[in-house]
Design a protein. Structure first.
Lengths: 159, 423
């Protein structure tokens, strides 16, 4: 029972970030993001031998989410109302970033989300994306440039 | 790890620029984030800075479904479902292995004797002697994976307090070492391809929902409820500046708005030659090939952000291009549409349980379909019914509403459409 409590606390600590990762990787379908998040947590927890290794738990779940999302075809289903409670300007900005993000290739999107949203270390991102640490570092910079360009593109097309 | 360095609020201010430019070394980066986790003031300060990387961070502020953690914990208590052949317990496998050895040895012994008797001049010494070790070696990778998962499941089940229905498995030393070596490491999850598809996951391949699952050999009394493959909500909001005072005026405005949105929707469908199968106020159903489905989606998404938005509640996201798919679209006015529920069910037993509860609470089932049903219910009873349904450990997503608080108390029949979703 004690373990179940620890597990619950841990799931609740990370579920938002993991759900969000899945959501943006697959284009915004909440139901699918829910399934991917739940099955990723289950897969990692089932393979764990102890609950002590919290530091790699989050990275491991993120890795499974990336793997599971890779084969899901993106069909963007976001709407501006997803951030309905936010002020108009902020909502617009987020909507813009999201549209730009969604138009990037999967790996570029993944690297941006893993670093700038989940704040994983480059060495962990490298493992997740099967790259070297230096490569992950340079790809992150490259991905930011690409996102910036996409945002400009979206803005110039009338946003 | 971040344990080596700790940061103060002053450090955060000093290092903010380097953080935003992603120039901190790993230890500093972790210490920086650790401080933000513990200090909401600094977190607000850092996220308020209008930096580029912060925008991606802010995207994470999505609402997580409230039942996510309980679903995960619930799934952990369930035996792992597999698409592969049924699992055998370790003891059964050992027994089968032993039987194979006995049979093989007997076959060898008697076969040899027979052949020797039949033709003494012919040498027959090519029959292999099957040893236990060879039997073990001949196990397929799937069997070994199943055994490994089984052992881990047993461990998890014990930790989570799930009663075990199997005898404790005696691990042989060779396999035990392999399992011990395989401690959790994020690399494990990356380099390994998924051994099987989680049958509860709907996110991978398409139409598993309607096509594969229906033909599944698993069709027992407790068969899975099959949701419609494509289920969309075309959501529009009330135009600004409308007053709620004149009910009659409001009613006609509503009708006008709905007609406008309906025409928006038909403007998307008609040029693609889509013929509606069914249309009733807020529900449109039609059949389209995967290719057309994609084009519809494209058109809808291009127009989204103007007067309506679009939500996809499809059980699988990939459509097969040349295959025909059933599509249902709900034209939904945000906040005031008729009630529509998405209920996730896992078995037909749960479906009949659900219908029983509705009848018990005074609901009248009007129409039943494969993937849902429509019923009528007195308005004040709806809240209680929802509580009862939630107690079944299913998830219920509600669209539309039951009116303001005052009208919720007043009696009157409400039409509720229910659509089964897959979790």
């Amino acid at each position: 029972m004690e373990d179940e409590k620890i597990l619950k606390i841990r799931i609740e600590r990370y579920q938002q970030r993991i759900f969000s990762l899945a959501l943006y990787l697959i284009g915004g379908n909440q139901d699918n993001a829910y399934d991917i998040t739940a099955s990723s947590f289950v897969e990692v927890i089932r393979k764990m031998h102890s609950l002590e290794k919290e530091d790699i738990f989050f990275t491991a779940v993120s890795a499974v989410v990336v793997r599971k999302s890779r084969d899901v075809k993106v069909m963007p289903s976001f709407s501006e109302s997803d951030f309905a409670e936010l002020p108009f300007a902020r909502r617009k900005a987020l909507f813009l970033v999201r549209r730009a993000l969604q138009s990037l290739p999967f790996d570029t999107r993944a690297i941006l989300l893993l670093r700038d949203q989940l704040h994983l270390l480059h060495k962990d991102i490298a493992v997740i994306l099967h790259a070297s640490e230096d490569n992950a570092r340079s790809q992150t910079t490259q991905a930011r440039i690409l996102l910036r360009d996409k945002i400009k593109e979206v803005l110039s097309s009338g946003g | 790890m971040a344990d080596n360095i700790t940061m103060t609020c002053d450090d955060i201010k000093k290092k903010l620029k380097r953080f935003l430019e992603d120039l901190l070394v790993d230890e500093e980066y972790q210490a920086f984030l650790k401080h933000l986790e513990d200090c909401p003031r600094c977190k607000t300060y850092v996220t308020s800075v209008d930096s580029f990387s912060n925008q991606v961070w802010k995207l994470a502020e999505v609402k997580v479904p409230s039942d996510l953690s309980s679903t995960i914990l619930f799934k952990l208590t369930q035996p792992e479902e597999k698409d592969q052949k049924p699992k055998l317990s370790m003891s059964k496998k050992v027994a089968i292995g032993a039987l194979v050895v006995i049979l093989a040895s007997s076959a060898f012994f008697f076969g040899n004797k027979y052949l020797k008797n039949r033709n003494r001049s012919q040498e027959v010494d090519d029959s292999p002697i099957v040893t236990m070790q060879q039997v073990r070696k001949e196990k397929s990778p799937e069997d070994r994976e199943a055994e490994r998962l089984l052992r881990e499941l047993e461990g998890i089940a014990t930790r989570l307090g799930v009663p075990e229905d199997k005898e404790p498995v005696k691990k042989d030393s060779e396999e035990l070492t392999a399992v011990e070596e395989e401690s959790i490491d994020s690399r494990d999850f990356l380099n390994k391809t998924e051994p099987h598809k989680d049958s509860t996951s709907t996110a991978t391949k398409v139409n598993e929902g309607s096509k594969t699952a229906t033909g599944s050999s698993n069709k027992t009394e407790d068969a899975l409820i099959v949701p419609k493959p494509l289920h969309w909500h075309f959501v529009y909001t009330q135009e600004k500046g409308k007053t709620e005072t004149d009910a009659q005026q409001n009613f006609s405005e509503n009708l006008r708005e709905q007609a406008e949105r309906e025409s928006d929707l038909l403007d998307v469908l008609n040029p693609l030659g889509i013929i509606l199968d069914y249309q009733n106020n807020d529900l449109f159903t039609f059949i389209a090939t995967g290719e057309k489905v994609e084009r519809i989606l494209e058109k809808i998404l291009l127009s989204s952000g103007s007067t309506f938005s679009f939500r996809d509640y499809t059980s699988g996201v990939i459509t097969i291009m040349d295959e025909e798919h059933d599509v249902s679209i709900y034209l939904e006015k945000k906040g005031s549409s008729a009630l529509h529920w998405h209920i996730s069910l896992t078995s037909s037993r749960q479906k009949s349980q659900l219908l029983d509860i509705i009848r018990e609470k005074g609901g009248m089932i009007d129409e039943e379909f494969e993937d849902g049903f429509i019923f009528f219910m007195q308005r004040p009873e709806i809240k209680k019914l929802k509580t009862r349904i939630m107690a079944m450990r299913v998830s219920l997503l509600e669209f539309g509403d039951t009116g303001d608080e005052e009208s919720q108390l007043s009696s009157g029949l409400v039409e509720i459409s229910v659509c089964f979703t897959k979790r």
